[in-house]
Design a protein around this ligand. Structure first.
Ligand SMILES: Cc1cc2nc3c(=O)[nH]c(=O)nc-3n(C[C@H](O)[C@H](O)[C@H](O)COP(=O)(O)O)c2cc1C
Length: 404
């Protein structure tokens, strides 16, 4: 299928486009290659560490147009684990240092803002209850001692909207060039979008308009607080990856509504961390390593006993979201970021030829932080990443890294 938005461009033109500066909202990136958010596990006690700064400095020095600091919760209760970073005044000086290091190496830097919603293992939650669209069993936190989620009230929603906006304003003040709102992977805003998880019968559930109400209110309020021109990116699911979850037909409409709300770019992903965690990565399922790094004894036992049954495997293929992403490309004009199994220069050029505005890579850049610089210099055509996904276990051991 050929893209119908633009004429198909030649390989040479695609390469020029890839490595040329491009606008994202009110800023310009030096090229169209973005390091996507991959949870670093480098914030002991929720404080950004020097290791986190070095990690993003190396990615910037390696040539990306923009790097993304992964999952920063908008509030203490938006954390999945206690050791996760959440946005607050206390971490702003360290974030400023991080931003300065990235800028000194020529890249822009974004931060991903999220709220985990019901899937939390954070035992410090009031009443040990996580928050979700509807009352439910928290299969993700069950073994860790957070067995149930309660349905959010209107007051909870008003608070969460403000938390997103305040966190975004703080990120801007810390010097970030953009914020990425997490609407995917089964986190809170994705839970609202998901028909199987959002069982509400009020104005926040049911039709897509209703399920979009909370994400849209967040986008609008964030815009009010960060002002025009400051780039707001949304990461969305193309599909949740299970029956009753969000499907492509609706995610195309989600993209259209986000475009109408003035989002600057959309990163297209998929999968639901609590139910289909490997839908987002594809490739190996490093159960042995995941069991090794699991600290909670009950969780460890459950992984050992049921891991291979509860964590479904998805075979890797290059550009695994391309077919679905094309449907979004046809439906919107807003800048789109193609993600998922991009490993080679050839993949990146294909994305440009297909009419995507940016490309994002996760594992390829964990394996080779300097891949972009080497591709540009003609020294590399492909990442050495083999999609073994051992980096997923590593983030809970010493911080995310490639084991190769
Ligand atoms: C170790 C690891 C950690 C991740 N953490 C996050 C995260 O914090 N937030 C997020 O949106 N996606 C996260 N992801 C998913 C990636 O952003 C991306 O969607 C996925 O890896 C597919 O891209 P890739 O094939 O280029 O790696 C993570 C992926 C990996 C491998």
């Amino acid at each position: 299928m050929a893209p119908d938005r633009d004429e198909v461009i030649s390989r040479e033109a695609a390469r020029r486009k890839l490595f040329s500066p491009a606008r994202l909202g009110g800023i310009e990136l030096r090229n169209r290659i973005i390091k996507t958010a991959t949870y670093e596990g480098m914030c002991p006690g929720g404080m950004p560490s020097d290791a986190l700064i070095r990690h993003h400095r190396d990615l910037a020095a390696g040539g990306v147009g923009m790097t993304t600091v992964a999952y920063c919760a908008v509030s203490p209760n938006g954390r999945t684990f206690e050791d996760q970073m959440y946005m607050r005044e206390e971490i702003v000086p360290k974030l400023r240092e991080l931003v300065a290091e990235v800028h000194a190496n020529g890249a822009a830097v974004s931060i991903q803002l999220g709220h985990c919603g019901y899937f939390s293992r954070n035992t410090k939650l009031p009443g040990r209850r996580s928050l979700g669209p509807s009352f439910r069993l928290n299969e993700y936190g069950l073994m860790a001692g957070v067995p149930f989620a309660r349905a959010m009230t209107e007051a909870d929603m008003a608070r969460v909207i403000e938390e997103f906006a305040t966190a975004a304003a703080m990120a801007r003040r810390a010097g970030f060039d953009a914020v990425e709102l997490h609407l995917g992977h089964g986190y809170l805003l994705s839970q609202f979008l998901c028909p199987a998880v959002n069982r509400r019968r009020d104005a926040w559930g049911g039709s897509l308009d209703n399920r979009m109400r909370l994400p849209m209110a967040v986008v609008r309020r964030v815009r009010e607080r960060v002002g025009a021109g400051f780039p707001i990116v949304a990461k969305i699911n193309l599909r949740d990856g299970f029956r009753g979850g969000l499907e492509l037909e609706e995610s195309v409409q989600v993209a259209q509504r986000l475009e109408a709300a003035g989002i600057d770019a959309i990163v297209m992903s998929g999968g639901f961390t609590s139910r289909t965690p490997f839908y987002l990565f594809r490739g190996g399922r490093p159960l042995k390593e995941m069991i090794e790094v699991e600290r909670n004894p009950m969780q460890k036992l459950s992984l050992r006993l049921f891991g291979s049954r509860i964590i479904k495997e998805y075979p890797f293929r290059e550009m695994f979201f391309l077919d679905d992403a094309r449907e979004v490309r046809r439906a919107v004009k807003v800048a789109l970021v193609l993600l998922g199994g991009l490993l080679s220069l050839d993949n990146l050029e294909t994305a440009m030829r297909e009419g995507f505005d940016f490309v994002a890579m996760g594992r390829a850049l964990i394996a080779d932080p300097d891949l972009v610089r080497r591709m540009r210099a003609g020294e590399a055509a492909r990442s050495r990443c083999i999609s073994c996904n051992k980096c997923v276990a590593e983030m809970d051991r010493h911080g995310v890294r490639c084991v190769l």
